[in-house]
Design a protein around this ligand. Structure first.
Ligand code: LMR
Length: 340
């Protein structure tokens, strides 16, 4: 006869062997896909968001489903600083942080991309990101347990606030949200503003509640975060660049089977072409959409105003030479064809 204790023991034994059987029957251990968690902080409908989704599509196709890419947009999993820690700890495998966010890891050289007016446009930027300087920057990530895979474009930044920003004087005393880059801090200080480092996911609310007065971002980020709804003025200053390095946890990457890694590299090359092919147009479309929304007045700088911005901001290159490296700044200036 079964007493209650025997019954429970028997039930536990049956349930154990059923799970063992199910595991063996499905061949679970062998057939489970390799999962790559790709976390990012922007909306899916941005150059980075679309690049991540394209990589997912291609990576899953080229590995015949052997790899599953889980994309987590909009800081769903982690905010700016935490996502880099999560990558190093292996809690996520892939990210594409903005180049302005590598300084706190000790990779100050990446801040060269933040220097005001260092690129005259996408062509001059690509000479750096697709050239030897770009490669040597990605190589530096290895010392932090990170493998750099590619540079993805976003675009050139505009400045926004609730008051017009025509000349540097207009910035005096304004609290401006920045990413965690010392170059951006120096840039805002050079304009007489008060820089405030803040995670991207917090910017909309900070603008809405007046915790900060204004910010800078490419139109695609401004639009998809609805910042235009809480910023009355914006200046099409294109004073600096914002783009990304796509990175993976190095140990995870190195331990992948070589054929899988090869297929993922192929997917990344094509996703990079795609992302960098759409970035300019995505930003143009976002700007048009914000103009159509009519909540923000957009200002184009006159030649005199632009000269005043140059005068205020170009000294940041020299000021940051000790931090970033004078040689690197010169190299980028020469490769980008902008000699300041
Ligand atoms: C920001 O924090 O403003 C941007 O880096 C967000 C992003 O990833 O584009």
């Amino acid at each position: 006869m079964f007493d209650r204790r025997t019954f429970l023991r028997t039930a536990a034994a049956i349930s154990l062997s059923v799970s063992a059987f199910a595991l063996a029957a499905s061949g679970a251990a062998a057939a489970d896909p390799i999962v790559i968690r790709f976390s990012h902080v922007v909306a899916p409908d941005t150059p980075k968001g679309k690049g991540a989704d394209k990589f997912k599509e291609l990576a899953e196709k080229y590995t015949n489903g052997g790899v599953k890419i889980e994309v987590y947009p909009n800081s769903q999993l982690y905010k700016d600083k935490e996502e880099l820690e999560a990558l190093q700890l292996g809690a996520v495998q892939m990210l594409a942080p903005s180049l302005a966010k590598f300084g706190p890891l000790g990779l100050k050289e990446f801040e060269v991309f933040d220097l005001p007016y260092i690129f005259s446009g996408y062509d001059s930027l690509h000479k750096v990101t697709y050239g030897p300087v770009g490669k040597s920057l990605l190589d530096k990530l290895g010392s932090k347990g990170i493998q750099g895979l590619a540079f993805w474009d976003n675009g050139f930044k505009i400045m926004s606030a609730n008051s017009p920003l025509k000349t540097p004087d207009d910035f005096l005393g304004l609290k401006m949200r920045i990413q965690s880059s010392k170059v951006l801090e120096a840039e805002m200080n050079a304009l007489g503003a008060v820089p405030q480092v803040m995670a991207f996911s917090e910017v909309y609310q900070a603008l809405q509640t007046g915790v900060v007065d204004g910010t800078e971002n490419p139109p695609s980020n401004m639009y998809t975060q609805k910042m235009h709804e809480v910023q009355k003025h914006a200046t099409l200053s294109n004073h600096g660049y914002l783009g990304y390095a796509v990175i993976v946890n190095k140990k995870f990457w190195d331990e992948l089977p070589a054929d899988v890694r090869g297929n993922l590299e192929k997917a990344m090359t094509e996703a990079t072409e795609y992302a960098n092919g759409i970035a300019k147009e995505e930003n143009e479309k976002a700007l048009e959409a914000m103009k159509a929304a009519g909540t923000t007045e957009f200002h184009e700088l006159t030649a005199d105003e632009l000269a005043a911005w140059h005068k205020a901001l170009l000294p940041v290159h020299d000021e940051m030479a000790d931090r970033i490296g004078a040689d690197l700044i010169k190299q980028v200036q020469q490769e980008a064809g902008v000699a300041n």
